[in-house]
Design a protein around this ligand. Structure first.
Ligand code: PLP
Length: 389
């Protein structure tokens, strides 16, 4: 029988059974619109309140600083457009990085077309933002700095506390796309001086189409979705009650398990990295230490990433490449080119992300299988053969 090994937890996760169980009653029994006054709505209002409290606690925020959204992309769009619009008169300059998720990059591109000035900071070969470069990029006109907490492709964790301190000192707002970090690494928005933070439930075993934006008290932000007075008038639309309940439960479980699970994942991650680096002409992308517990990203010289992914798929192993397929053409990943890889190098890379169901057996099997696949591909590669003979 074909084995099924999922190693793409950074793309999305399954919903944990305990999470689904918590959500179920809110589709059928407890369906009342939280905006209504009668008793069947009180139950849903209370459920939303409980989830909001739970989520706020995990990042050390206040309950009234959490606003539910339709996911990570909406939270990123809202944070950046909302701050840009609300502060337009103060300045029209935003600083971000070259390695952000497209939800941030394309939002910044959009604002650029509408008269805002955007600085895309480069990163070093490990994917780290340089604090001095950030400091120098801040001008009188800067209203927002948006730097991701942890990168979704190479797993690098940015110096968030230091960036927060710098932004505070300079009087500039600080947003972080923490979609990959929430539930995986400790976050304290107060200690880290974070003004806005994006998260998405489906990256920590909650439902898809569900996210939240943390907005620090007192921060001026325009709405993205206009309409009714839900989410204290800042994000309209009848609440996704089951989604909210699921997100709260999923994050509660993630926070409870974080210590133990991250140790387990780091052990598996490092075993996988060591195993893969034993394959000749293989290199690790991203930071060795400041790295998400479940992230592995490697380049196999003389082998095509897309073909590796398809060969693995054939035998039941799910991983991804760093490249995004846009308009039929395979573009090299903007993250891998930003850390200095050539177009060829970027196209010879794959990402393996580990999670709740990953076992040591899976890791051993993937190391062995990948070794065989890469060797076979290289045997058919002219450049490789020329070099070997
Ligand atoms: C997944 C992801 C997003 C997008 O979240 P959605 O819920 O899919 O919209 C944004 N940023 C990062 C870093 C991500 O990993």
């Amino acid at each position: 029988m074909k084995r099924e090994i999922y190693m793409d937890y950074a793309a999305t996760t399954f919903v944990k059974p305990e999470v689904l169980k918590e959500m179920m009653p809110y589709f059928t029994g407890y369906f009342g619109n939280p905006s209504s006054v009668y008793y069947i709505s009180r139950k849903t209002k209370m459920a939303i309140d409980k989830a909001r409290k739970c989520i706020s606690k995990v990042i050390n925020a206040n309950k009234d600083e959490i606003f539910f959204t339709s996911g990570g992309s909406e939270a990123d769009n809202w944070a950046i457009k909302g701050i840009a619009m609300a502060n337009e008169k103060r300045g029209k300059h935003i600083i971000t990085t070259e390695i952000e998720h497209h939800a941030v990059i394309n939002t910044c591109n959009y604002l650029e077309q509408h008269g805002f000035k955007i600085t895309y900071l480069p990163v070093d070969k490990f994917g780290m933002v340089n604090l001095q470069e950030l400091d120098e990029a801040i001008t009188e006109d800067t209203v927002l700095v948006s730097v991701m907490f942890a990168n979704n492709e190479i797993g690098t964790i940015e110096p968030i506390k230091e960036i927060g301190e710098l932004c505070k000192k300079k009087g500039v707002l600080f947003h972080t796309d923490a979609v990959q970090a929430v539930g995986n690494v400790p976050i304290d928005v107060q200690n880290m001086n974070i003004d806005l933070l994006s998260m998405a439930a489906h990256k920590f075993y909650g439902p898809k189409g569900m996210g939240a934006l943390y907005v620090k008290r007192g921060v001026k932000i325009d709405s993205l979705i206009h309409g009714g007075s839900q989410e204290r008038g800042r994000r309209a639309g009848t609440e996704n009650i089951a989604g909210i309940v699921g997100m709260g439960k999923a994050l509660e479980i993630a926070a409870q398990n974080m210590n133990k699970e991250s140790k387990r994942l780091i052990y598996l991650r490092d075993k996988l990295i060591d195993g893969l680096l034993n394959i000749p002409d293989t290199s690790l992308n991203g930071h060795e230490i400041n790295r998400l517990p479940g992230n592995v990203n490697v380049t196999f010289d003389f082998a095509d990433g897309e073909i590796i992914v398809m060969a693995l798929d054939d035998i039941g192993i799910c991983v991804s490449t760093g490249s995004a397929c846009s308009a039929g053409a395979i573009e090299p990943s903007h993250v891998l080119t930003a850390i200095g890889l050539s177009e060829n190098g970027a196209k010879s890379s794959i990402r393996l992300t580990l999670g709740a169901k990953t076992t040591e057996d899976d890791v051993d099997y993937v190391v062995k299988t990948l070794g065989d696949i890469v060797l076979k591909l290289r045997e058919n590669n002219k450049k490789w053969n020329e070099r070997m003979h």
